[in-house]
Design a protein around this ligand. Structure first.
Ligand SMILES: [Zn+2]
Length: 139
């Protein structure tokens, strides 16, 4: 198992606590506005399309495509050295929102714009489970 000690752990806030809880349950949740139907990510207390406060959590299919990416070859801190090289990508989920994440379980050089990916989860601590993506299996 990969050692994640020393990495920068996100700190859940009131508007993100439910999202981190869903990650611990290996569910990739996003918000949907019950007023206009728009999906959004990152978590907010209002809809970014119509400003309604009626946002609800729904489970994403966890699939998307790579919008853009970079291959990191230098660590941001010593705790990330064992992960090198790693991919940081923007992923457009099937529901529409874009999410920044890593793409793992493949050679970084095999990642391409438009590549289908699916979510997986990596436990970094008792409180924090990080959603990451891997190449989607051909269907
Ligand atoms: Zn809305």
């Amino acid at each position: 198992m990969t050692d994640h000690s020393g990495k920068f752990l996100p700190r859940p806030r009131p508007e993100t606590a439910a999202w981190w809880q869903s990650c611990r349950e290996h569910k990739l949740n996003i918000q949907r506005c019950s007023g206009c139907g728009a999906f959004q990510f990152y978590p907010r207390i209002v809809c970014s399309s119509c400003m309604s406060g009626k946002v609800e959590w729904v489970q994403s299919a966890g699939r998307g495509k790579v919008v853009t990416f970079t291959i990191c070859r230098l660590p941001v801190a010593e705790a990330y050295t064992a992960d090198l090289p790693y991919v940081v990508a923007l992923i457009r989920l099937e529901e529409g929102p874009t999410m920044m994440s890593n793409i793992g379980e493949c050679e970084p050089e095999s990642v391409a714009i438009g590549m289908p990916v699916e979510v997986t989860f990596q436990k970094w601590s008792d409180d924090i489970t990080i959603p990451q993506f891997l190449p989607a299996l051909a269907s």
